[in-house]
Write a protein that binds this ligand. Structure first.
Ligand SMILES: [Zn+2]
Length: 499
């Protein structure tokens, strides 16, 4: 009989410092498919579920899809959303079994109103349903905060190995292949984990340069050692006030192989020693918004490719509000011509643009409305409504090629030389279609101001002449010492002196 395998995808990167809780509707707005619809929508995409399905179909497994749900990073997931989505996966595990294996695509930095370790809680519920001997494989984001409970309950952990993240389907395939080996009795996988007194490490995990590249090379070389199945290097997610936040290395090994557990522990500890040794490495130079805007003004006469300014701190992909105004204020103040800026997350302003209509001259307050302490007060702007859209676009960049997304009601407000993309649903800039769908061609701009930490590089670095990164003081500031931690274990670097 074909092995029966439960699959589920439930992902959220929770910024515990955000005042905006993440309810069921936040998942419904971004991605939520239950049962067979999950398979129909995600098969063949660059998603972990597609990777699971590719292996399942090649090996002739009987797949039981539970659900796939993803929401934009924000505050803790509500108890209601946890009950209807997380526990729904556990209910499928309990009611539709027995299963030979389980494959879960999780983020690893989800916090709910009920539990600081949501993935650990989900694994516990699924493990209770399927029993101690059914292999469970879990994929994670590279920015997972991996708990001891996750390592104890998942047989195999496979995080992304790219930042910008472009290897989702690949990690799904790796995870499914390892679980396939376990289901066939070829291995008996277990996972160990190592951590240090570090709130940050591996240069936030960026894989275009810096220490993460060497860590990943060492990790993959270690997989040639006897009994080592796969290595997981996670940079952690520092906007999370939980005890076990920070970088970690997990190593999955074959418990049936002599000495493999000791080897796995040594590999994990060695990589965390490397993380400690390289902790000071910072690949970005963070400019103030005014410094970045004046560099852009000087660059305008250079008729080459655009200059890109990334607002690192107001990245909605890290749970920031997306309505920080400091960079836009600086760009307007510098008198930039032929510039675009996006996305400003301000549903009220987007609605006002729609009410005014294309071509209308308007004056309105833009941005800074959620909490002006993080990135500036609202700006009163006068300009012309250049374009109105429903916010829907299909990605064509390296991260999510082929996947449809929506900003919700969207408008372009032209103020002097700056076209401002004003949207309803928060989303970081990762794809040129986010501007193009609204009539803005980023390649024709002298300056592109955008909200993203690192993911923008996948699509925008190739078209940019120069990339600047700035800190607007918004919620995801690169300075972790600005966050008011209460639950984080202490002492920890760089918040405390640590020997
Ligand atoms: Zn990530």
């Amino acid at each position: 009989m074909a092995p029966r395998v439960l699959i589920g995808q439930f992902m959220h990167e929770t910024n515990t410092f955000s005042s905006q809780p993440t309810g069921y509707g936040a998942f419904a707005r971004v991605l939520l498919h239950e049962g067979p619809a999950m398979v129909a929508v995600l098969r063949g995409t660059n998603s972990e579920t597609a990777g699971f399905l590719a292996v399942a179909e090649a090996q002739g497994w009987d797949v039981v899809p539970s659900l796939a749900a993803i929401a934009t990073p924000a505050g803790p997931v509500t108890a209601d959303a946890w009950e209807r989505l997380g526990l729904a996966i556990a209910r499928t595990a309990a009611e539709d079994g027995p299963f030979d294996g389980v494959l879960l695509a999780l983020h690893g930095a989800m916090v709910t109103e009920l539990d600081d370790d949501a993935e650990g809680a989900l694994l516990e519920a699924v493990r209770a349903a399927v029993g101690p001997d059914v292999p469970i494989g879990m994929t994670l984001d590279l920015h997972a905060n991996v708990s001891d409970r996750m390592a104890a309950l998942a047989n195999v952990i496979c995080p992304y190995r790219t930042y910008p993240h472009v290897d989702m389907a690949e990690v799904g395939e790796r995870c499914a292949t390892l679980i396939g080996d376990a289901m066939a009795g070829r291995t008996r996988p277990r996972t160990v984990i190592a951590r240090r007194a570090l709130a940050e490490g591996f240069d936030q995990g960026r894989t275009d340069a810096g220490p993460m590249l060497e860590a990943l090379a060492r990790a993959q070389a270690a997989e040639a050692k006897p009994g080592i199945l796969t290595t997981s290097v996670c940079a952690g997610f520092s906007s999370s006030d939980i005890a076990f936040m920070g970088p970690s290395v997990a190593v999955s090994y074959d418990a049936a192989a002599d000495g493999a557990e000791a080897t796995a522990r040594a590999v994990a500890e060695d990589l965390m020693d490397f993380c400690w040794a390289t902790r000071e490495h910072e690949g970005n130079v963070y400019l103030t918004p005014d410094q970045a805007a004046s560099r852009a003004k000087a660059h305008e006469t250079d008729r080459g490719h655009p200059l890109v300014i990334a607002d690192y701190a107001d990245n909605p992909g890290g749970g920031a509000y997306g309505d920080a105004t400091e960079l836009l204020r600086a760009m307007l103040g510098a008198g930039l011509q032929n510039a675009c800026f996006g996305a400003m997350v301000d549903g009220e302003a987007a609605a006002a643009l729609h009410a005014a209509g294309e071509g209308a001259a308007v004056t309105l307050a833009v941005g800074g409305k959620v909490d002006p302490r993080f990135g500036g007060h609202p700006l009163t702007l006068s300009g012309v409504v250049e374009r109105l859209t429903d916010g829907k676009f299909v990605c064509d960049g390296p991260m999510w090629r082929g996947i449809a997304k929506s900003f919700g009601p969207t408008g372009v407000l032209r103020v002097d030389g700056v076209r401002i993309l004003i949207v309803t649903n928060g989303m970081q800039i990762t794809d040129v279609q986010q501007f193009r769908h609204a009539g803005i061609d980023p390649t024709a701009m002298a300056t592109i101001g955008l909200k993203s930490m690192q993911h923008f590089r996948a699509a925008y670095q190739p078209l940019a002449n120069e990339v600047l990164v700035c800190d607007t003081g918004a919620l995801c500031s690169p300075d972790v010492r600005k966050r008011p931690f209460k639950k984080l274990r202490r002492p920890i670097w760089p918040l405390d002196p640590v020997a």
